[in-house]
Write a protein that binds this ligand. Structure first.
Ligand SMILES: [Zn+2]
Length: 368
């Protein structure tokens, strides 16, 4: 895939492009970050770039034979290693499943991958046989002598002590060989592998980039995309999960709730509580996370002159509200909102919880 097909991550793309154009490709690189930030997508695009015969303006050409093969995941010099099922299994046995999964979207996690392999409750692993297979593949000469031999290891956390079989390769790699490790949790990777890799920390995605992708690729409306992105913590997988979780309009809930609170309108407040109590725990948690996002944006706008990422209707509301409310109040409101999420997770009665929260919220808000 191209860099330009990826969601966000502009700074990392530029860094990788320069490493290629300045001929400073480090032979073992660890892409570390939540899988929903796009580590695999970056590794795939980087592998395509490194072997592209005519890269230009910050990206692979997408047209040369190498790019075409990379895109279809059939490049003879780009190998993959990932967790599989079975004590002696090797990745190549599952390459068909891998291609179909990655081509659908490279933003998935180990659970989704193992489900795709029909693993049921079986654990995934990267076997000793797989490590031997890698050593064999990488010791062969490249099909194209211009090419790098590249191994993309997705989730080296699953290597366990078998990973030691690869150490010599990583330590003294054959010429023109590149290891790209895509990982989520450095604590679960063998130290000996960590210390031999150059670490590239993949940051969370920007909310704007997630929203844009939801709008263009998933055909979600602009306002809904913005709301989902606001809840996703910079993680595209999380955004997709929230999107699937329901189409509740959190903005509408928020404004209705706050309006009933500032007007001390008991009937409206009661109706709101009744409605929110019925949407289910996951949606209630999402709503409260959205509320937190709103207050955080208010705080940033008030004290850091930061342009708040709010919808027009929210911004109008916030503008009227903010001059009459202190940051200590916003802090207290955020704290009780967070506590409410905690209590919902522990099966609190939603009617009592939202009613209590509303009454306490009114103490901090002005009366309009
Ligand atoms: Zn190319």
């Amino acid at each position: 895939m191209h860099f330009k097909e990826l969601i966000g991550q502009q700074a990392i793309k530029e860094q990788l492009w320069h490493s290629r154009s300045d001929d400073r490709v480090s032979h073992a690189q660890l892409f570390l970050g939540n899988l929903g930030y796009g580590g695999l997508a970056l590794a795939l695009a980087y592998a395509q770039l490194v072997n592209c015969s005519q890269p230009y303006s910050g990206d692979s050409c997408g047209k040369c034979l190498s790019c075409q093969r990379s895109r279809k995941l059939v490049h003879p010099d780009i190998h993959f290693c990932y967790p599989t099922i079975g004590s002696k299994a090797v990745s190549t046995q599952f390459i068909g499943e891998w291609r179909s999964m990655v081509q659908k979207s490279p933003y998935f996690d180990a659970y989704e991958w193992l489900q795709h392999l029909n693993a049921d409750n079986k654990q995934g692993n990267i076997t000793a046989e797989e490590c031997d297979d890698i050593v064999r593949k990488l010791s062969m000469t490249a099909h194209d002598e211009q090419s790098y031999k590249i191994l993309i290891v997705w989730l080296p956390e699953y290597l366990g002590k078998e990973g030691n079989r690869l150490l010599k390769l990583i330590e003294e790699p054959p010429d023109q060989t590149l290891f790209l490790l895509v990982a989520e949790n450095a604590d679960l990777i063998l130290n000996t592998i960590l210390s031999r890799s150059q670490m590239l920390k993949i940051p969370r995605l920007r909310d704007e980039d997630i929203a844009q992708s939801l709008e263009q690729q998933r055909l979600l409306g602009a306002e809904q995309s913005r709301q989902v992105a606001a809840l996703a913590n910079g993680d595209y997988r999380e955004a997709l999960a929230i999107m699937k979780g329901g189409d509740h309009d959190n903005q509408q809930y928020l404004l209705r709730w706050l309006t009933a609170c500032v007007h001390h309108n008991a009937a409206d407040l009661d109706a709101f509580v009744e409605q929110i109590a019925d949407i289910g725990r996951e949606s209630q948690k999402n709503f409260l996370r959205y509320v937190l996002h709103f207050w955080q944006q208010c705080l940033m706008a008030q004290h850091l002159s930061h342009r708040a990422v709010l919808s027009k209707a929210e911004a109008v509301f916030a503008q009227r509200l903010l001059p009459t409310i202190t940051w200590e109040h916003i802090y207290s409101i955020s704290e009780m909102t967070e506590k409410s999420i905690y209590h919902i997770e522990r099966n609190a009665n939603p009617r009592i919880l939202f009613l209590d929260l509303s009454i306490r919220l009114q103490r901090y808000l002005p009366k309009w």
